[in-house]
Design a protein around this ligand. Sequence first.
Ligand code: PFF
Length: 447
Amino acid sequence: MADSSAPREQWQSHWGFILAAVGSAVGLGNMWRFSYLTAENGGAGFVVLYLIFTVLLGLPVMLAELTIGRGARSGPIAALEHYGGRSWRWLGAVFVAAGFLILSYYGVIGGWTLRYAFEAFTIGFADDPGAHFAVISEGHGSFAMQVTFMALTIAVVSGGIGAGIERVARIAMPALFFIMLGIVVYAATLDGASEGYAYYLNFDLAKAMNLDVVVAAAGQAFFSLSLGMGAILTFASYLPKDSDLANETIVISFADFGVAFIAGLMVFPLIFALGMQAEITGGTIGALFVALPKAFASMGAIGRLVGGAFFVALVVGALTSAISLLEVIVSASMDAFGWERRKSALLGGGAVTFMGMASAYDIDVLGAADTIATNLFLVGGGLGISIFVGWVMKDPIAEASGGGARSPALGVWRVLLRFVVPLALIGILAQSLPGTWATITGLFGLG
Ligand code: PFF
């Protein structure tokens, strides 16, 4: 058990928490995953579905995680036990397992972004980005960059909540935002940018009605908001009792959607203006890492600057998200084994890096891990949380309002958690299960 005499760490300020939580939400999901899924699934129809799921499923589950975390003041396993008894610890353990799985490949992609940022400012973008990506995305090079990225993540988490995570988020998030805005403005000035906007903002109803697109949009909402695995729950466990959780929910969720939307305004005009659309509409994992460098390479010196800035933004987003993934594992092991923070970060981060070798050496494993983590763990985890808070927890409305006024909106929240969210998530899980199962059997060579 953790040393209960040591006071629990806390965020140093309200904005520090908001920036750290937005830092968790905003990451590769908003740029890499959002762009390639939007391209693959036909543009605006996908974006609208993703927005609907952010509101209908994301907001209630986010408030549920914040409520559990702030009330229990512990990592996910102990938090579920706090409100549901020992028989609910398994759900917290599933969250920690999901954190392991996601961070294992997230660190690999983080390593790619680090390499591209570094190369932009040193040797420039490769003449043949497709061949370059094939070399750096698998093998020793990929693993070496994963280790570097994970070392950074471990270093920040070792620094603690206020002096490590919050301090980085306070600098990183505003920087990310300004870099992105700068690139959006620059991209708008390019000839042919309008074709990119047309592709991005064109609504294709037939595509949006496709159930696979619906599943992808729901998974993306959970992934992008960092929901369904206790990351937001864990961050909330360092909040003071008097924080306004409904307000935090709205700020974090819309900031996350806003950044994804802005990422589209950055990526699509750049790619279309430079004629690289064939590279991205295939919707593969590597799309962004091939199409954009091609575009940057064809822009000359300014391309190195804009491209370098772009990949720095990506590194920053990836790092602040990876931090939150590792924090889930660290806080759970501090609770369970009484380890100190540095030891937890080193051992937990080391184990995740080791597991991630499978993705660093094989991009198909990476893709499979992403499908399994999102469609099964995050969507399933969201289902678990909604059932837990909707049906098991005693008076969640009182917990969420922290003893303040019981606003009618919280009544709506409870109804959503009891009926709407679980039913929607069961439908989404059922629809995605055959595909996810095929991915699992394929991964282990059973298919
Ligand atoms: N939300 C992050 C992103 O969009 O890149 C990824 C993520 C972080 C997912 C933390 C889940 C999580 F718990």
